[in-house]
Design a binder for this molecule. Structure first.
Ligand code: ADE
Length: 236
């Protein structure tokens, strides 16, 4: 997968994609991530990327021209209908579709080229949404100062689902949300720490019993913290 991030703060991304699974996926050629400065595509002599809102009101709005020019530079077109198959242009904004694991999975499965537009200020000129954007995505019901942290969250959640990104020793199958439940608790050595013992069932090597215990604990955690994830009868 190729990911192009459009931002007015390219330095924000520093080394954020240079650790752990994302770093390994980059080195293995599973994902390529490029950061682009929207300001480089600004046309006027002051390289402006924002302006006052028509109709008045607080704050500034991101101008359409630099964003259109950046997408055109990357895709050769600024018409959604002309995007190659597997190409998505996502705008990170609090107005977007809530980012949940099924959406991450759908994007991981069907996207070869992802362009992320990080909004700032009061928002982005709506013509960007009307013409360029295939997916408007929010990472939660709170307002960030900009789409950059949200882009990091989206890229991280996406890359770990790409084929071979996790390697053979780990898998995303038991991650929280992948089966509609939160993940179960985990323990490692020592078996006793400051008087706190690891549950006996995990030490006895009975895999059927361990699986049953893990499912029960996952259910318990989900009921306690995220009852909304469970069906009407409280069981998946
Ligand atoms: N930009 C500002 N707030 C955001 C949010 N919650 N999700 C995605 N992008 C944002």
């Amino acid at each position: 997968m190729k990911i192009d991030v459009l931002t007015i703060f390219p330095e924000f991304f520093g080394q954020v994609f240079d650790f752990g699974i994302i770093r390994r996926a980059k080195l293995a050629g599973i994902v390529e991530i490029n950061i682009h400065d929207i300001r480089e595509f600004a046309v006027d002599k002051h390289r402006m990327t924002d302006d006052r809102p028509f109709g008045g009101g607080d704050g500034m709005v991101m101008k359409p021209e630099p964003i259109f020019a950046a997408v055109e530079h990357l895709l050769g077109t600024s018409e959604r209908a002309d995007y190659p198959a597997g190409t998505k242009v996502a705008l990170l904004s609090p107005q977007g579709h809530p980012l949940k694991q099924p959406l991450v999975k759908a994007l991981a499965d069907a996207t070869e080229h992802l362009i992320l537009i990080c909004g700032r200020y009061e928002g982005v000129d709506e013509r960007v949404n009307d013409v360029l954007v295939t997916d408007e995505i929010s990472i939660g019901d709170y307002v960030l100062s900009g789409g950059e942290p949200a882009a990091v969250v989206l890229v991280d959640s996406l890359v770990r689902l790409l084929p071979d990104a996790l390697g053979s020793e780990t898998s995303a199958e038991n991650d929280s949300f992948s089966n509609g439940l939160l993940d179960c608790p985990h323990y490692t050595r020592p078996a006793e720490f400051r008087g706190m013992k690891v549950p006996e069932v995990l030490l006895n090597g009975n895999h059927a019993e361990i699986e049953k215990w893990r499912h029960e604990k996952a259910l318990e955690k989900t009921r306690k913290f995220r009852n909304d994830l469970l069906g009407e009868n409280g069981e998946m």
